[in-house]
Ligand binder design. Structure first.
Ligand SMILES: Nc1nc2c(c(=O)[nH]1)N[C@@H](CN(C=O)c1ccc(C(=O)N[C@@H](CCC(=O)O)C(=O)O)cc1)CN2
Length: 297
């Protein structure tokens, strides 16, 4: 008996194409787009993600600066730094790495970032624009998922999309982007009853909940496209730590296409950040010097 296996939707080629397009746009600007990343504390995953973002920015011809603040930084100091970056015309994009330490109110910090420089797309104004179906700086992982689907020629309009997870960073904004792309969208969460019945409806199923192997083959309609946003660190039988997604590997026998973890959506997050930084720089230049900034998206 032969078992069909899903096409692998690899992130790196799609990310490379997105970065090449952004770098091409940046090359025509009179300034080098400048991304500033603020990290608070020493969470190992955040340290690694921020290092990766800064390196990719440099490799792609963008300028980047990292502010690494101590775990005990008062919220008022972080807000002062954000205010100074907001008013610095040399800075085009600002990203505050999440999660922040518990004593800092994430929402207050995100709302303090100038919406024009909010390359994370998490300012309430940008979220509102997104939900209004207007072009805006969109959160990097959700926008990266849309770019990945576009790269592989997977149509979205008119298709049934089920998103498992309703986080601010992924599930909610991704629902807005799919809706803007004319999909029929369902968002499920921890209180959803009979999850499998809902997920089996999906033409495109997105798992973004942070629970290793939650999505099993019986929860997937044969032929569905499955996007795995989960990044879970688990210890294997050999005692070694490794990354795995929210989707069980056996789903590959049911789905028509599937993103791997690692090497799927993750690289798109970083690529989209660079694309957003170039978009923000173009937009700011169009406001100050008449360089067209409305060509992106
Ligand atoms: N301010 C933000 N904070 C966080 C965001 C965000 O978009 N904005 N997202 C996540 C983490 N994240 C970026 O910050 C991120 C996650 C994963 C990857 C990635 O490339 N993953 C690789 C595997 C990497 C590894 O080996 O650890 C992959 O999936 O192939 C990049 C960025 C939380 N915080």
């Amino acid at each position: 008996m032969t078992v069909d296996t899903a096409t692998v939707l690899a992130g790196p080629p799609a990310a490379a194409a997105l970065i090449a397009s952004a770098a091409g746009q940046a090359a025509h600007l009179p300034v080098v787009p400048h991304l500033v990343i603020v990290r608070v504390g020493e969470d190992p995953a955040s340290v690694s993600y921020v290092r990766g973002k800064a390196k990719k920015a440099g490799d792609s011809g963008l300028r980047s600066t990292v502010h690494a603040l101590s775990e005990t930084t008062p919220q008022s100091d972080l807000l002062s730094l954000v205010a100074s970056l907001n008013s610095d015309p040399d800075v085009h994009g600002i990203l505050v790495q999440l999660p922040l330490p518990g004593h800092i109110a994430e929402a207050a910090v995100l709302a303090a970032i100038d919406p024009d420089k909010d390359v994370d797309g998490l300012h309430p104004m940008n979220i509102g624009q997104l939900w209004s179906g207007r072009p805006t700086l969109a959160p990097c992982t959700p926008a990266g998922v849309m770019a990945l689907l576009a790269h592989y020629g997977i149509p979205v309009a008119g298709r049934r999309v089920v998103i498992v997870g309703r986080s601010q960073l992924v599930g909610r904004p991704l629902a807005g982007l799919f809706l803007a792309a004319d999909a029929t969208v369902t968002v499920t969460h921890s209180r959803t009853r009979d999850l499998g019945t809902v997920t089996r409806e999906a033409d495109i199923l997105v798992a973004a909940v942070g629970r290793a192997h939650l999505i099993t083959p019986d929860m997937v309609r044969p032929g569905a496209v499955v996007i795995d946003v989960g990044i879970n660190r688990v210890v294997g039988e050999d005692g070694k730590a490794r990354l795995t997604g929210d989707v069980h590997p056996d789903v590959a026998t049911v789905a028509s296409a599937l993103t791997p973890v690692p090497g799927g959506v993750g690289p798109m997050t970083v690529a989209q950040l660079l694309a957003n930084t170039v978009q923000a720089a173009r937009q700011q230049l169009s406001q100050t010097s008449g360089v067209p900034g409305d060509l992106v998206r």
